[in-house]
Design a protein around this ligand. Structure first.
Ligand SMILES: [Zn+2]
Length: 220
């Protein structure tokens, strides 16, 4: 595996304008204004945070994994990655990362993937797709099933073999690791804090995350 590069943030948690703990299995939909900084903190380690971003002015313009991978020439996300939308806009830029590796190939877990990856009797278990849809159903922004796109899995380690196959591996995150990004435009963030009990990535133990937002630093 290539060397992981870590970048720390200078922002202090006490200065955040939003600070919230999101339990595993819960969904979250929240605006992030242009210039604000957004941090996702892995409280207990190796928690998969399934995340989508939308242009706040037009949900049809949304995070696009293929555009993002093409723009940076790398399948993993880390410091410096610009998160590109389906219309080619820069939604956010990752500005700090103490985990070093985030997946955007694996997609969100669903009832269907639970049966294919694990066992038929896992179908009924909670999934990120269900959490996304449930949060959308309670949104005032009118998001619907058609707004589900290929997502980011923050803190998830999904190595790709030389033959191009996806594998699941032990996570490289740990308690207290975080990823931080600056919004380059007004965006909506949709998170499913993964409830997956069947994946060795998180040692079969979904855990809470901490979500923080800072206002843009004052000029000068
Ligand atoms: Zn999941």
């Amino acid at each position: 595996m290539p060397t992981l590069v870590y970048t720390e943030s200078a922002l202090r948690t006490g200065d955040a304008v939003h600070d919230e703990i999101l339990p595993a299995g819960k969904g979250w939909l929240h605006p992030i204004k242009a210039g604000q900084y957004f941090r996702i903190l892995d409280l207990e380690g190796n928690q998969a945070v399934d995340t989508l971003f939308y242009n706040a002015a037009d949900a049809g313009d949304r995070y696009d994994a293929i555009n993002t991978i093409r723009a940076q020439g790398n399948i993993f996300l880390t410091t410096g990655t610009r998160l590109i939308s389906s219309e080619g806009n820069v939604l956010l830029t990752i500005t700090a990362d103490t985990c070093g590796r985030h997946d955007t190939l694996g997609g969100a877990c669903s009832a269907e993937s639970n049966t294919v990856r694990y066992a038929l009797e896992k179908r009924h278990m909670h999934s990120c797709r269900d959490s996304f849809l449930l949060r959308m159903a309670h949104s005032s922004e009118g998001l619907t099933k058609r707004d589900l796109a290929s997502n980011i899995n923050f803190f998830m380690n999904v190595p790709v073999t030389p033959k191009g196959e996806l594998t699941f591996a032990d996570g490289v995150s740990a308690p207290g690791k975080y990823v931080e990004m600056r919004a380059d435009m007004d965006v909506l963030c949709l998170i499913s804090n993964c409830p997956q009990l069947n994946n060795p990535c998180n040692a079969y133990n979904p855990t809470p995350i901490r979500l923080l937002i800072w206002d843009p630093p004052a000029a000068g």
